[in-house]
Design a protein around this ligand. Structure first.
Ligand code: NAD
Length: 312
């Protein structure tokens, strides 16, 4: 049975991942951590600043974990406002977490992102291995992180694994400042005011995924037979390729009067345009059998129901 330390565990992914891992492996097998703590935390938890290598190492040793899931990071849109801090947190935190994994011989997971691609990457059916020249600090961090995780595997034999997440959509914890956040906000505004003003322009396609598929991907990849993992650290995974007007149409099936307007934010629009329209996820399917279950319509139905329940 695994024993797992999760960093950045109170963020959009971590807060749902903790719950899922605890129901799968048992509450006391999953240690959450972040730079702050909730009062009603349901299981073991440590305050860890990932820029402090000792703090990660000490917690991993204290709880005798065999796996680190490293989520602490500054996301794409936020990172662009404070690029130097983003480098310090995203790269410094990753090196520290990898060093702990090396020293204690732990299995290691960290997510990359479609943000690792750039304007010269082929936009349609983006291959697993392709041109990666991102123009954002977040993208630079993600490409460097993918390579660093490969390096720790080849050089030190650390069992590093990872996926390139598309924009993630969920209803439990608000997103942390990514470029695809509109695809979460749109559901809240649809329920609250039956209209939404998108900061991303019509016709801008990006890959998205519903959180339950994103969480299943982590468990499936971490349990996969290592012999079959050719691309360890940066599997393209995909579910939904959509533009704002696709969300509008999907929402209107449930709320016919819903109206979408536009007030484009040039910074986030530029980031969105540098990312693929849709990516080829065949390596993840072939090497560890990943296939998303939710499409835009099934996700929309669940998001609207859950957001409605929250707002009542
Ligand atoms: P988030 O911003 O919601 O959460 C990040 C968490 O890290 C927060 O709880 C924050 O308190 C914590 N944190 C910040 N500084 C820290 C520090 N110094 N030490 C420890 N913790 C710190 O992010 P998320 O959406 O949960 O993303 C997690 C990972 O997944 C990141 O690597 C991100 O790049 C990647 N990812 C996310 C998405 C997405 O759509 N959410 C898409 C692609 C990749």
């Amino acid at each position: 049975m695994k024993k797992i330390l999760v960093t950045g565990a109170l963020g959009q992914i971590g807060s749902e991942l903790l719950r899922k891992l605890r129901s799968y492996y048992g509450t006391h097998h999953v240690i959450g951590s972040d730079i702050w703590q909730k009062e009603d935390e349901e299981g073991p938890f440590e305050i860890i600043d990932v820029t402090d290598e000792k703090a990660i190492y000490n917690a991993a040793k204290k709880h005798n974990v065999d796996t680190i899931m490293h989520l602490a990071a500054l996301l794409s849109a936020k990172a662009e406002t404070v690029p130097q801090l983003a480098w310090h947190l995203n790269m410094g935190g990753l090196v520290n977490a990898l060093e702990t994994a090396r020293e204690l011989d732990l299995q290691f997971f960290t997510p990359s992102s479609i943000g690792a691609f750039g304007p010269t990457t082929p936009k349609k059916n983006t291959p697993q291995e392709t041109i990666m020249r991102p123009t954002t600090m977040y993208g630079v961090n993600k490409v460097a992180g993918e390579l660093l995780c490969d390096y720790y595997f080849y050089r030190y034999g650390v069992d590093t694994r990872g996926v390139r997440y598309p924009g993630l959509i969920s209803h439990m914890t608000p997103p942390g400042g990514g470029t695809t956040d509109y695809a979460v906000e749109i559901y809240y505004e649809a329920i609250k005011s039956k209209q939404y003003t998108s900061y991303i322009e019509a016709g801008t396609y990006m890959d998205m995924m519903y959180m339950p598929d994103a969480l299943n991907a982590i468990i499936k990849l971490m349990e996969a037979d290592p012999e079959k993992l050719e691309h360890r650290n940066a599997y393209n995974i995909a579910a939904i390729s959509a533009a704002p007007e696709d969300f509008e149409r999907a929402i209107q099936k449930h709320i016919p009067e819903f109206e979408l307007k536009f007030d484009v934010d040039p910074v986030r629009q530029k980031i969105a345009e540098s990312w693929p329209d849709n990516i080829d996820a065949s390596a993840a399917e072939e090497e560890w059998g990943f296939k998303a279950e939710y499409d835009l319509d099934s996700m929309t139905k669940e998001m609207l129901t859950n957001v409605q329940m929250k707002q009542n």
